[in-house]
Design a protein. Sequence first.
Length: 367
Amino acid sequence: MSHIQYTIYRSGSYYYNRRVPKHAVETYGPFIRHSLSSDPVEAEAYSKRLSDVLDGSWNNRPCISAVDVASVVESFKPRSTLLSQIAEEYLELRKINQTPPRVALSTFLSVAGDRDVNDYNREDARLFVSHLTLKGNKTATIRRRLNSLSAIFSYAYAELDLDKRNPFSRLFIKNEGDDCLRRGVFTNAQLKQGYEKALTSGSTVKLILPLLGETGCRLAEIIGLRLDDIDIERSLIHLRPNYARRLKTKNSRRIVPLVGYGQMVMDEAIQRSDNEWLFPQYIKDEKCYATHASNALNKWLKRDFERLTAHCLRHTMRDRLRAVECPLDMIDQLLCGWSSVGGIGVGYGRGYAVDQMRSWIEKVKIE
């Protein structure tokens, strides 16, 4: 191959090697030398494109700004189209709980292999569904896995400018939803029994039970509370995202009153906390490990209350509020946040006042 302009060949690789014009020496130094490639065709292409960029910079007198040569050359190199690498790129950009998509991706790669994203088709997606079904996964779990993979493929096709249908889009799951069992609910007697045990057992994890039961909050919302989120004087908790725990949706940000056992247990929990977190044992490396709390709490609940779990407390609170004819939009505001209400009023006003919310919680509190 003929000599490539502005390059030298050393130890099996081509290097960009160019003298800097006098008017740009103060910004760049006298020479630019940077590794390009061992392949002469690639080296020639990189050299030409880098020269174009540098010429544009040097011709911009008198305001010459330095070009990051390494970044420019790296941007010329072909982008990897392997699913695993595209997925990693996607996950680094998205600020989401990475465990679900990583589990879905790992399982899919074990079934269909790690290939160019353009090679996958509908048959690969169906094979994945069959694999999960044979492994005994619930259809709701399968749907979540499909949604995770669909998001990754949508990102890949958009970034690589591929005009192709997402293989996971609108994928049918046989008998979807038929295996979904309605969660159980606690009776008032069971709640009182659990609350009393939580207060007398000396167990910190059991203190979570009344906080969930008397607020209807999600487990992660309670586990990830900072002391700054708790207004002791007004008996309120402020549910808001922090660096260790996000909320499920942006609409989940809300204020929830504390009454009865919820208020009593909160006082006890604060005495056992550290200077920042309500349940510091579940906050490590700036992450909230709500799953660990769930496992510990459910182990106790299943022993004392058979099939009932921590999440049943949220459903129980909804039923308790319905039983006293609490307005549906009030229930939604208490359990999900004002903007999540699906009926009239979305986008209008600020929802119910704290005193109104407290009055309904008081009507269903366990005594």
